[in-house]
Structures are given as C-alpha cells and as structure tokens.
Design a protein around this ligand. Structure first.
Ligand SMILES: NC(=O)c1ccc[n+]([C@@H]2O[C@H](COP(=O)([O-])OP(=O)(O)OC[C@H]3O[C@@H](n4cnc5c(N)ncnc54)[C@H](OP(=O)(O)O)[C@@H]3O)[C@@H](O)[C@H]2O)c1
Length: 322
C-alpha cells in the first residue's frame, strides 16, 4: 500500500509517499481501509520533532474507513463496518492496523469524511468544555485559534452549552467565519490589545477559563486574561512550545490553575472513548455542531496540507483522500 512516512524530522519536505508492506492485523487488531484521513496540528509536531517518535515512522493519528480484516480475538466488529479512530499512529496511509477497542463505529448519517474531520478535534472539544473545565451557562470564556479545526467545533459546542465565547484569530479574513460558528466576540491577535479587550468584555473581572492551543505566543497574555482562581488550559502549541515557567507566577496573577491535557488521557479506556465519541456524534446529529471541511488534499500531497496548516492559511478541518 501507499503511505506517508518520515525517516528524519524537519519541514514538510521530509514527508515521503512510499510503498509499504502492511502485515495482517495482529491479535485484537483490525485492518481499516481508509476512505478519509484527518490532518491535525499534532502531525506537524511529530514531523518537526517537537514531539519525538522513533524513526522511521508512519505519521497521522485520525482516519475513517471500512473494516477489511480482523485479527484473532476480535468479536465486536465485522468486515464492512464503517469505523473511525483518533490517536493511533500511521493514519496517513491507504490502510492501518488499529486495536479494535480504539475504533468507534460511524453512525448512519455521518459521512466518512466528516468522521475523519471531526473525531479527534471534536472529542478534544468534548473533554475541554465538559471535563477539563466544565463550563456553565452564561460564563464568558476565551478560546484561541477560533477559526481553526478545533476552533470551529469549539465555538458551536460552547454556544450550545450557553457560554459567551470570545475567540481570537490571526487575521481579519477569519473573523466572519468564527462569528458564524458560535463566537460572540472575535479578536484579531495581530492587531488588537486582546488582553485589554478581554478585560473590557468581562468588566475587568477576566475569564474563568482560557483554552490556549497556540502556546508560546499567547501564554503570557492568556494568564493575564484570567479571573482570580481561573484555569489556564494549555492544550497545544501551534506557535511553539510554552517555555518553562515558575509556579510563583500563578500566585501573583490570582491563585491560577494550569493544566496541560491530552485527548489520550481523556479517552483512556474503551468506555471513555465510546462515551466521548457518542457525545460528539449526538451534537453532530442534532445539528448543534456542523463540521466544516475547508481543505481537501490527496494523500500523496500531505506536505502541501502541512504547509497550509502551519502558515495559518487553513480554516476548519483539513482531510487527506487516499
Ligand atoms: N491536547 C489535545 O488533546 C489536543 C487535541 C487536538 C488539538 N490540539 C491542539 O489544538 C490546536 C489546534 O489544532 P488544529 O489541528 O485544530 O489546528 P488549527 O487550529 O486548525 O491550526 C492552528 C492555528 O493556530 C493559529 N496560530 C497562531 N499562531 C500560529 C503560528 N505561529 N503558526 C501557526 N499557527 C498559528 C492559526 O490560527 P490564526 O491564524 O487564526 O491565529 C492556525 O490556523 C493545536 O495546538 C493542536 O496541537 C490539542
């Protein structure tokens, strides 16, 4: 089969489109023939070496497709079932062997493309809004990269939960899109004193939670947007990793909390994974959350997808088509 692999870390050009031998699925594994592959910012961290993987390696962690073969011991799935996964490496490929208990069935009415675009990003939004910091109706909250893949899902789901949501974007052309996906206020990071604006919008109080996937560039400002005893949720680093900090900073800014969550630790058991996915599929089915796939690339063009994502040219979700 064809797959994108890396033999060294670096820029998008290290992504190689290669012939790969996929072994039969092992015990408790399922071979999934991919129909759509999700592109996520974490894939760029793996490629660049910010998050280390043993090399050479497959890349990508999210895909949808059809069950093609079962390894020994698999009783929960059968060939032909439509499934998706988030968090198993090697998704940038025509097929992948995935542990059966990391697969979720795609419900009727949800296309494979939507599943590949939504599962990882949408389950992330689920745990951020409901479990890392359980937002309450009427609270004003802040989310960075509002027009991004996670961002467009977040804005809609937050609106559904009744929050007043402030989003940030990097350029004016993304403002209307964010506004039409649930954000009540959209601030341009590159033009505005966004910390001051957040204080104004909260009558000086600050927000009880900041969801910050941008990292290095927004870390300091995000802490300054928080209310006393507020929660800094640092869940990504699209602008670079947050440098080490002294915990004393949290006392001077009002007894703040900081967490650095990952989807893996919120979908640790098969039951948690299924519940999180069910919650996502429910908001998609109800129409509360619509999935925007705004970029499609061929699998062989994964490097172009990474270039677009990292140069802040994309909005919503990006998928690769094998
Ligand atoms: N911890 C978890 O469980 C988890 C799970 C999924 C995703 N994430 C994180 O969530 C974030 C969003 O992921 P995504 O896949 O949906 O990506 P995305 O938001 O579609 O793309 C990243 C966005 O970050 C913004 N950005 C700000 N400064 C940037 C810079 N210097 N370079 C590039 N982008 C910059 C850009 O939006 P503007 O131009 O509008 O500023 C860009 O569109 C990422 O940090 C990702 O790692 C974490």
């Amino acid at each position: 089969m064809k797959a994108i692999r890396i033999h060294e870390t670096g820029g998008p050009d290290v992504l190689r489109y290669e012939d790969v031998e996929l072994p039969p699925p092992g015990k408790n594994e399922v071979r999934v023939r991919h129909t759509a592959v999700g592109v996520n910012f974490i894939d760029t961290y793996h490629r660049s070496g910010l998050y280390k993987l043993p090399l050479p390696t497959g890349i990508g962690g999210e895909a949808a497709g059809t069950v093609e073969a079962l390894g020994d011991g698999v009783t929960t799935l059968k060939p032909g079932d439509r499934v998706a996964y988030a968090g198993t490496l090697g998704a940038y490929a025509e097929a992948n062997n995935v542990p059966a208990d990391r697969l979720v069935k795609i419900p009727q009415g949800v296309s494979d493309e939507v599943a590949a675009a939504a599962l990882l990003k949408g389950m992330t939004v689920q745990y951020l809004l409901k479990r890392t910091f359980a937002v309450q109706r009427g609270q004003t909250i802040l989310f960075h990269a509002a027009a991004g893949g996670v961002g467009l899902i977040f804005g809609q789901w937050a609106k559904h939960l009744g929050t007043i949501t402030i989003g940030t974007v990097g350029s004016d052309d993304k403002i209307a899109l964010a506004q039409s996906h649930g954000y009540d206020h959209v601030l341009n990071l590159s033009k505005e004193d966004w910390v001051k604006r957040v204080r104004e919008l909260t009558k000086g109080e600050g927000v009880p939670v900041v969801y910050d996937g941008v990292g290095k560039a927004t870390w300091d400002g995000s802490l300054d947007c928080l209310a006393v005893r507020g929660m800094m949720v640092s869940f990504g680093n699209s602008s670079g990793a947050v440098p080490p900090f002294a915990p004393g900073i949290l006392s001077t800014k009002g007894s703040l909390y900081v967490t650095r969550p990952t989807l893996a630790s919120y979908t640790r058991t098969p039951e948690e994974l299924q519940e999180t996915a069910n919650d996502l599929f429910a908001v998609i089915a109800s129409g509360a959350v619509k999935i925007e796939i705004n970029q499609r690339f061929k699998l062989s063009e994964a490097a172009k997808a990474h270039e677009a994502l990292q140069s802040r040219k994309t909005t919503g979700a990006t998928i690769l088509l094998p």
